[in-house]
Design a protein around this ligand. Structure first.
Ligand code: TMO
Length: 381
């Protein structure tokens, strides 16, 4: 009896002390070809590193990646835009991909117009106004060809849109087209998504197509089905990481508007959201007791200093930009005023009336002629 008790006790002890540990194998985090995803991937990776995991970043095609997720050669996807739903839902159903968490953020992608286009064609963003908006010249600027297959060709056919598709090679090609249109005061309708950096800067709208053509869905964190067993602690962390639309938009903004590298942008986001991230980690139990090493502290201090420096640089840049913009506006207003002064048709017509009166008073034109001409001028005033 005593012996059995002892063995049982031993068993309990062994079971408790061999509590599952995360594998030291790297967690492979895929990178795609738009900014918020790359920054978000680095944010997740850094959080997992703080958790003691090894991570590795690898570029993958944003559709084919789900095959790799099923094979276990890619492990986490967190920006699940609706364009990919077809590619991953069947695999979720099959069981080789698991939905680990939902984010607060919803995403929508599709045809998009900035406010300056809406100002040129006020019936936008209703899709019926597209054909009537001659300023758009019948061109839709799409992202890289591999993003949407035939989808927008079908949309154009189904809705009888008089539009041709012009593809760009990368996401940054889209932003170049957008900034160029803005500079040249030209209308543009282009592929875009929200949350994304132009949300704030360009105050744009998605084109309002009939519901079945709108692509809106909630972001989910997807993991390879073996993730939970291989990295049980990391899995807990992934369960609690939750991005809002603002988080995603900011991640893109740091890169596409503030010109940071993806890594810098991830650091910046982590710094700005320190409390939130600490809270996530505290809630996964292990980190409460984890003490910061000297090295960690120094690293943190260096990151803070770098961020402060970066902030000062950006503020200076913003100030310079604002001053330049102000000077430009003042100059433009002055030029416009000058132009109006010289060419104000009313002023010219008033002069012409005076001349006419003089001609009549001097007897150089007769009364009938005077009245006729005067009427013509007055009609123009
Ligand atoms: C998947 N994307 C955000 C580029 O539309």
């Amino acid at each position: 009896m005593k012996k059995i008790c002892l063995i049982l006790l031993l068993l309990v002890f062994v079971t408790l002390s061999t509590k599952a540990e995360d594998s030291k194998d790297p967690i492979v985090i895929p990178l795609h070809n738009w900014s918020s995803q790359i920054v978000g991937a680095h944010v997740m990776g850094q959080i997992l590193e703080r958790n003691g995991n090894n991570v590795e970043y690898q570029p993958f095609d944003s559709h084919a990646v789900f095959d790799n997720m099923c094979k276990g050669t890619a492990h986490i996807i967190h920006e699940t835009w609706d364009v990919f739903a077809k590619s991953f839902y069947e695999k979720v159903e099959k069981g080789c991909i698991e939905i680990a968490a939902l984010h607060d953020a919803y995403g929508e992608e599709g045809w998009w117009v900035p406010k300056f286009t809406i100002d040129m064609c006020p019936d936008l963003p209703n899709y019926k106004a597209l054909n009537r908006c001659s300023a758009l010249k019948g061109v839709f600027i799409d992202g890289p060809k591999e993003w949407h297959g035939n989808e927008y060709k079908k949309l154009i056919n189904n809705l009888n849109l008089n539009f041709k598709i012009k593809y760009v090679n990368s996401a940054s090609g889209l932003w170049e087209a957008l900034y160029k249109a803005k500079r040249n005061n030209e209308a543009i309708v282009m592929f875009n998504w929200s949350p994304n950096f132009p949300d704030g800067e360009f105050d744009g709208r998605m084109i309002e197509f009939p519901d079945q053509y709108r692509k809106r869905s909630q972001f989910k964190t997807l993991v390879w089905k073996g993730f939970k067993n291989k990295w049980p602690d990391a899995y807990k962390v992934l369960k609690i990481i939750n991005f809002s639309a603002m988080d995603i938009s900011k991640m893109a903004y740091f890169v596409d508007s503030e010109n940071m590298s993806h890594d810098e942008a991830a650091n910046r986001w982590l710094l700005n959201n320190k409390d939130k991230v600490d809270h996530w980690l505290d809630n996964t139990s292990k980190w409460i007791t984890k003490k910061k090493s000297k090295e960690d502290e120094q690293k943190e201090k260096a990151t803070k200093e770098a961020a402060a420096k970066e902030k000062a640089r950006l503020e200076k840049k913003a100030k310079e930009r604002a001053a330049k913009e102000k000077a430009r506006k003042e100059k433009a207003a002055k030029e416009k005023a000058e132009l109006n002064k010289t060419y104000d048709p009313n002023e010219i017509n008033k002069e012409r009336l005076k001349d006419l009166k003089w001609l009549f008073d001097e007897g150089l034109i007769n009364e009938q002629e005077y009245k006729q001409k005067k009427k013509e001028i007055l009609d123009q005033l």
